[in-house]
Design a protein around this ligand. Structure first.
Ligand code: SF4
Length: 469
């Protein structure tokens, strides 16, 4: 069968990297002997515009969409248009939104034939087998599948158990990717790839959506991970790696094995990763830097201890501050994630967050507005009428949902303020551009960040005249 995996763009802008989750599904599907392609409307060629004509020319038997909450309106209209033109095409929805709200997804869009919930590799392949053999009555035995029975009732099968052994998965189908269409992480000067060594997270932060990989932490062996890096380097010409999972820098023993594999295979390329304040140490940062890591990103979220406690982050402000100092002293570029509008946030606690971010003064700061995604502990706080407008479930929305009692417009202003007061400050400019020892291109990146934060109108003009992308 001809199977096309489809990803729509993020709400604003272009995907930095190909959709690795879909590539993993694509690899399993190929192993089963199907004809597989990828259509990424968020790559640099499509620039966010979904073209049904292009999809129709691919004439898929199966169209598999990954679903993100804030894009559901566009995803539904893409699916309706596709079905109107190719009524025989079977549409499958997977990914975070459909996994969290399978029944609603099937009901909101009757053109979706199946939802694959959670980790999709095995469920999707079993579905293809059943479709191939025209066994509609076999659908009830496929764990993780959601389908309509003969009476048109939406049936949700039992959960698919999480995969215990990630090494058993094939490498993502990188051969489907047109690498030139991805911009990569700006801190790398070279062509880079986003990779994952683990799935799941045992922590339970209240804003985190864990509908796909669950709370059981599973990790590939260092050998399997480095084999993938080697293929990316030698076959696809990748020159830097970004470990995109939340919990990469958390386990010294695993990292030691990883470094040794990298040396044996002579990988020798720069990389960056995410880590967790409680699970990282100065020694870990030192060994990371010695083994070509250039940047580490840590989730801070709030500068108020009360808010951190209430969202279940299980971190202490003094530890956060210490980790950032250590990582910087060991020569790493540091990135910090902050979130405003948490359930217990007030104007005063957000002010504390902005001040704390100014004190930490990371090279890279991301400020988002807390989104009560389906599947999180805070989703029930969203009132019914807001649930019908999925575009409001976006971290950078102009009209975000508020779960803390602060008006949406004020949250947007506070976020803008946070960017200006931290990355647009003279302290940021001095310490991250002039007095910093990071490579020249990182300091240029920080300088551009400072200009954009200090003079928000300038990048818009620069883009209009083609000076910035
Ligand atoms: S936010 Fe990070 S640490 Fe918290 S539950 Fe999610 S993945 Fe785990």
């Amino acid at each position: 069968m001809k199977v096309v995996f489809i990803s729509l763009a993020p709400p604003k802008g272009i995907n930095e990297y190909p959709p690795t989750g879909l590539l993993s599904l694509a690899a399993m599907t190929k192993m089963k002997g199907h004809d597989v392609s990828l259509y990424d409307a968020g790559d640099r060629k499509n620039r966010g515009y979904f073209s049904c004509e292009e999809l129709i020319t691919m004439s898929p038997d199966i169209a598999a969409f990954t679903t993100y909450t804030c894009r559901m309106r566009d995803i539904y209209s893409a699916i309706r248009e596709l079905k109107k033109n190719l009524p025989g095409c079977i549409v499958v929805a997977g990914g975070p939104h459909a996994s969290a709200l399978p029944e609603e997804t099937m009901k909101e869009c009757r053109q979706i034939d199946y939802v694959v919930r959670g980790e999709g590799e095995i469920t999707f392949c079993e579905l293809l087998d059943a479709v191939n053999e025209r066994k509609h009555d076999g659908m009830s035995s496929i764990n993780g599948l959601v389908y309509r029975d003969e009476q048109d009732k939406v049936c949700i099968n039992s959960n698919r158990p999480l995969m215990p052994d990630l090494d058993s998965l094939p490498l993502p189908a990188y051969d489907l990717v047109a690498w030139v269409n991805y911009i990569g992480e700006p801190i790398f000067k070279q062509k880079s790839a986003a990779v994952y060594s683990s799935r799941g997270c045992p922590f339970g932060c209240e804003y985190c959506q864990q509908a796909i990989f669950g709370r059981s932490y599973r990790r590939r062996s260092p050998k399997s991970m480095v084999e993938e890096l080697q293929v990316l380097k030698e076959v696809y010409g990748i020159r830097a790696f970004y470990f995109f999972e939340d919990l990469f820098a958390v386990d010294e023993k695993w990292l030691t094995g990883f470094y040794s594999e990298m040396r044996q295979r002579d990988i020798g390329l720069p990389w960056a990763c995410l880590g967790r304040v409680n699970n990282s140490t100065r020694g870990m940062f030192r060994s990371m830097r010695e083994n070509n890591c250039i940047a580490v990103y840590l989730g801070v979220e709030s500068g108020s201890q009360e808010v951190l406690d209430s969202i279940g982050k299980k971190t202490r402000l003094e530890d956060i501050e210490k980790r950032f100092i250590e990582a910087r002293e060991e020569g790493l570029v540091v990135g910090a994630y902050y979130m405003i509008g948490n359930r217990s946030d007030t104007f005063s606690s957000i002010d504390k967050t902005i001040k704390f971010a100014g004190k930490i003064n990371a090279h890279i700061n991301y400020f988002s507005i807390c989104v009560p995604f389906p599947g999180t502990k805070i989703y029930p706080l969203v009132n019914l009428e807001d649930k019908s407008d999925w575009t409001r479930f976006e971290e950078l929305s102009a009209n975000p949902l508020s779960v803390c009692g602060i008006a949406p417009g004020d949250l947007v202003k506070l976020r803008r303020n946070a960017v200006r007061k931290t990355m647009g400050s003279l302290k940021y400019l001095f310490y991250n551009v002039f007095a910093d020892k990071t490579p020249f291109h990182i300091r240029i990146y920080c300088f551009k960040t400072w200009v954009a934060a200090r003079f928000p109108g300038l990048p818009v003009l620069a883009r209009r005249f083609g000076i910035l992308r």
